[in-house]
Ligand binder design. Structure first.
Ligand SMILES: [Mn+2]
Length: 255
């Protein structure tokens, strides 16, 4: 394929490293194969959170793994593709290592980005709409700088197994996704619908987090998508300047 960087790609919820993958290496290789397949026509890539199931950067050390995935991101970023990584609710603790090492831009929270002349509202989706109190408390503890420093002061020998155990305990929640019940019942869509009323300049809303693959037309004319996941769906969105399409990755040479 000729090198023609003209598209923007969006993926989320890869959950690499999660204990529920029967074959974690294959899950990583699938993502790498996808990134390789888009490297000639991608101008921009947006990773919308929960890319890694667990990550914590220490000052002088990082967790094991993800070598192929990180290598591919570094290759694409070195090639000039602009890669943006939105922090999700699993990969919260990215500090200066991944941005520096991979050349990716890391963003915490929701933001609006102009992409090929259109206005995109991008968010992982965990901080949008109604959330239970327990979720909000955990979220603020996880993001508290002092809590992060205290956690970082404990040897990884103790924190990493603890975190992996924690992740395992939320396994059911991550795999069994409440089904999408339509625009009117989906908090992310309700949020987008309300937000669009007062932000008529937004053309597209793109979310992750929910593990469903959906595109809806909002009443103000904008479109809203939820990106699915890479546990069993292998879905993504691609924007060519005219249309935002939802697709599933079907590798030719990988079953
Ligand atoms: Mn999430």
């Amino acid at each position: 394929m000729a090198h023609n960087p003209s598209k923007a790609y969006f993926i989320s919820d890869l959950h690499l490293g999660a204990s529920y993958f029967n074959n974690p290496r294959r899950a990583e290789q699938r993502v790498v194969a996808f990134l390789d397949s888009i490297k000639e026509d991608a101008a921009e890539i947006y990773l919308l959170g929960d890319v890694l199931d667990y990550w914590f950067e220490y000052r002088y050390a990082v967790p094991r793994g993800y070598v192929r995935f990180f290598g591919k991101l570094a290759e694409l970023s070195d090639k000039g593709i602009a890669i943006t990584w939105l922090i999700g609710n699993h990969d919260i603790w990215i500090f200066d290592y991944l941005p520096g090492e991979l050349g990716v831009k890391v963003v915490d929270g929701s933001f609006v980005k102009q992409i090929m002349g259109k206005s995109f509202y991008l968010s992982h989706g965990d901080n949008v709409g109604e959330r239970p109190l327990s979720f909000r408390i955990i979220r603020s503890v996880f993001r508290n700088r002092l809590c992060q420093q205290l956690y970082a002061s404990i040897h990884p020998r103790w924190t990493i197994p603890f975190a992996l155990g924690w992740s395992k305990s939320s396994r059911h929640k991550d795999i069994v996704t409440p089904p999408y019940q339509g625009k009117d019942k989906e908090p992310l869509m309700q949020f987008a619908e309300t937000h669009a009323q007062s932000h008529t300049d937004i053309d597209y809303y793109v979310f992750g987090h929910r593990h469903v693959l959906v595109k809806e037309q909002l009443s103000q004319g904008a479109q809203a998508v939820i990106l699915g996941e890479w546990i069993s769906m292998f879905s993504y969105a691609v924007f060519d300047g005219n249309e935002l399409k939802l697709c599933k990755y079907e590798p030719e040479n990988m079953l």
